[in-house]
Design a protein around this ligand. Structure first.
Ligand code: APR
Length: 227
């Protein structure tokens, strides 16, 4: 089976009602990431940070996979697919995709500050910022904050470099190292970028300026030869 890699960003989940980061109603337009999404912010105000992620987790848990998420899952009928996502929601998995690498972690998981191997899945539930963990620490969101190391980097890079086809969808390509991963795609790979707004792209990338919920089902139909 030919190999397909999808690099996805928050624009993919926008139509599910989840905020992007830099759009008109983006999260970072209405909140200062330095007070909510850094290890220092957690040290400074664990309750504020926990509350911010509790709200995002509840919203993400109530959201439904979009037509684009479902089209991406359908592409597994014809391609060995790896998803390299910047998103912390679980909409890819709930749409049926089987291999999802979360570069920036997962909203629905928390880990013990006293023992990073102690984790638990919340199934949308809120965390009590004062609940002590088995190791005597607190439960922090298992998301990657600014200044922290992204997850699955080597595995993700390998998926991009070995892909016969690459789709980059719903990302402003502004946060490194995720933004540069697409550059590791093979010259001969078919490379498509789907975004609502224009992007500066290197040579060799076909740009489709269309909402993901239209572009991805059309690509799936074209590449699978049926709906
Ligand atoms: N279809 C396609 N693209 C869309 C849609 C849509 N329906 N809606 C929005 N977009 C595009 C926007 O035009 C924008 O270019 O999605 C992109 C979203 O960009 P950002 O808000 O910057 O989100 P993202 O690229 O995922 O951010 C990367 O930044 O703060 C960190 O950890 C956070 O993972 C996030 C990372």
């Amino acid at each position: 089976m030919p190999k397909l890699c999808i690099i996805s960003g928050s624009g993919l989940s926008a139509s599910a009602g989840l905020s992007t980061f830099r759009g008109p109603d983006g999260l970072w337009r209405n909140h200062d990431p330095m007070t909510l999404a850094t290890p220092e912010a957690w040290q400074r105000d664990r309750h504020l940070v926990t509350e911010f992620y509790n709200e995002r987790r509840a919203k993400a848990w109530q959201a439904e996979p979009t037509a684009a998420h479902r089209a991406i899952a359908r592409l597994e009928e014809g391609f060995e697919t790896t998803i390299v996502t910047q998103n912390v929601d679980s909409l890819h998995e709930r749409a049926g995709s089987s291999r999802v690498l979360h570069l920036h972690g997962e909203l629905d998981r928390v880990r013990d500050t006293a023992d990073p191997n102690q984790r638990k899945d919340l199934h949308g539930a809120a965390v009590d910022p004062d609940e002590q963990t088995p190791g005597g620490g607190y439960w922090r969101p298992n998301v990657v904050w600014f200044g922290e190391t992204i997850h699955h980097y080597d595995e993700a890079l390998d998926a991009v470099a070995s892909a016969d086809r690459l789709i980059v969808v719903g990302t402003s390509l502004t946060v490194q190292p995720a933004a540069s991963m697409m550059l590791y795609a093979a010259d001969q790979a078919e490379k498509v970028v789907v975004n609502a707004e224009p992007l500066d792209l290197p040579e060799g990338f076909r740009f489709i300026q269309t909402p993901a919920d239209e572009a991805l089902p059309a690509l799936a139909k074209q590449w699978l030869g049926h709906v």
